[in-house]
Design a binder for this molecule. Structure first.
Ligand code: C2O
Ligand code: CU
Ligand code: CU
Length: 516
């Protein structure tokens, strides 16, 4: 990997633009096929949990537990998991069904499980207000109102979500619906429909997870140097079909990935966070920030080995003395090999890619719409991230206990006892997201899906024109989103909005709103 980076630098490609890859990359990146020879571990596929249908309600039993897993040769790692030692089963849900969960916490610390991307009552959401104490069981129930797509669930416990997710409390959720059913996309789970939960981790010499052990992580969020995919280190996957659907989940705490194939081949993105796009979008690379998902279709008809990689990103942060410049310039500077792919000798003709996928209209804007402004900020070493307005004083544990950043939204850090915004039910609002900090933040809203209106006044790229629940807001960028707030008015149970860099969330870059 280091050799490849040197090669890239030698070619003057040290700072690649995330779009418009030069053709020269193909040859340089082909080097990774050599590195990939060590990728000998079969990619784990999380078990598919289909639930148990009982008088019209589908039931899922989940146990949050601690465990132990051998990720790396000759060491073992203490972990957390759901119905297993690391991560959880992939939950298969069906649109319009009523689902019920029992979530039993067998840990000796509080936790929660949040259904990321779902439109449901705030009381069933699994955020910081639905904390599950040690030994306790939480039993949420809701109707699945999602379009077919790829979602996920993860710990959302106040000030500690970062560490719990890092240790393993996350899993994927697939939603099926009738419309997606008829399209003929690859959908044989584990065969041609493959979940990829991509995470970076740092291990200590004894094999234990090393969380937040470096100062930089306090600022930019927990970044690891070792990639796990579905909990597998150096994974390999053997396609047995011409087309494969990969369900990409950036399940990292803080790191963005720019997915691409080592030979530069194109692929088609068919779904974003909230389900299918209007039509497939051909790409040669795709950036996902933490919390974002994408479904892509890749074609392995040529039978050639290839590696799924993450490319380094362009970084224009100025060079100056001191830690901040160094930390910001190191962001996403590294490339990674993620998954070695080696197609079988004969490949089944399993699917064709339709030209049209889903009907998605562009949002219609009107003068009457409420506009809310949310400004994402970071403070460094001082309290500069927080204005300390009325109602924010006299609290302990500021900064989420990590002692680093003081992240805030509109100058205010997350306060579990303070409702930041009140949204009238059955309205459509425009939220203007700005970022006055030196790095990008993936902004996520609970309650449902939104659409991106524009980025700095310009239409977003084609693959961002579908349903989203998490959107990257670059440093200095203005991103306008449109969201419909309907159903579930409840003045006593708030929804969250926050940065999905989990350490920023834990440090206070989170707020609460009620729909009334
Ligand atoms: Cu994926 Cu509020 O979280
Ligand atoms: Cu969420
Ligand atoms: Cu952030």
């Amino acid at each position: 990997m280091i050799n490849r980076r040197r090669t890239l630098q030698a070619l003057g490609l040290g700072a690649l633009s995330a779009t418009g890859l030069p053709g020269r990359l193909s040859r340089a990146a082909a080097q990774s096929a050599v590195d990939a020879a060590t990728f000998a571990n079969t990619l784990a596929i999380p078990p598919l949990e289909t639930g148990r249908l009982e008088s019209g309600v589908r039931h899922y039993a989940l146990q949050v537990q601690s465990g132990n897993r051998q990720f790396l040769p000759n060491t073992s790692t203490d972990t957390l998991g759901i119905n297993g030692d690391y991560l959880g089963p992939t939950l298969l849900l069906h649109r319009d069904e009523q689902v019920a969960f029992t979530v039993n916490n067998q840990l000796d610390e509080a936790t929660s499980l949040h259904w990321h991307g779902f439109h449901l009552p705030a009381s069933e959401d699994g955020g910081p207000h639905q904390q599950i104490g040690p030994g306790q069981t939480w039993s949420p129930s809701f109707r699945v109102m999602q379009n077919g797509g790829t979602f996920w669930y993860h710990s959302h416990v106040l000030h500690n979500a970062g560490e719990q997710v890092f240790r393993g409390l996350a899993g994927m959720i697939l939603v099926n619906d009738a419309a997606e059913d008829t399209l003929g996309l690859p959908r044989d789970y584990g065969i041609d429909d493959i979940p990829l939960i991509v995470q970076d981790r740092r291990f200590a010499a004894d094999g234990s997870f090393s969380y937040m052990s470096i100062y930089d992580d306090m600022v930019k969020g927990m970044h690891g140097d070792t990639i796990l995919v579905n909990g597998t280190w150096q994974p390999a996957f053997q396609p047995t079909t011409r087309l494969v659907r990969f369900r990409l989940l950036n399940g990292a705490n803080a790191r963005s990935f720019t997915f691409a194939f080592s030979d530069g081949r194109q692929f088609s993105q068919v779904a974003s966070d909230g389900g299918l796009l209007a039509h497939p979008v051909a790409l040669s690379n795709l950036e996902l920030a933490p919390g974002e998902r994408a479904e892509i279709i890749a074609d392995f008809s040529d039978g050639r080995d290839v590696t799924l990689v993450s490319l380094p990103q362009q970084n224009s942060f100025p060079v100056f003395q001191g830690a901040m410049s160094r930390i910001m310039r190191s962001l996403n500077a590294q490339s990674f090999d993620l998954l070695h792919i080696s197609p079988a000798a004969t490949l089944q003709d399993n699917a064709t890619l339709p030209l049209q996928l889903a009907a998605i209209g562009r949002p219609v804007i009107s003068e009457q719409m409420q506009v809310r402004q949310l400004r994402l900020s970071m403070g460094f070493g001082s309290r500069s991230g927080e204005d300390r307005g009325p109602g924010t004083g006299a609290r302990t544990g500021l900064g989420g206990g990590h002692g680093g950043g003081h992240s805030s939204i509109n100058g205010r850090m997350m306060d579990i006892d303070f409702i930041n915004e009140t949204v009238p039910v059955n309205t459509t609002e425009i939220w203007e997201l700005t970022n006055d900090s030196p790095m990008a933040h993936p902004f996520h809203i609970h309650h449902g899906q939104f659409q991106i209106l524009d980025r700095n006044g310009r239409l977003p790229p084609a693959n961002e024109l579908g349903w989203k629940d998490t959107v990257k807001v670059g440093s200095g960028e203005l991103v306008r989103i449109v969201m419909r707030f309907e159903d579930f008015p409840d003045e006593s149970n708030p929804y969250m909005y926050h940065c999905h860099i989990l350490e920023h969330e834990d440090q206070g870059m989170m707020g609460q709103f009620v729909v009334v």
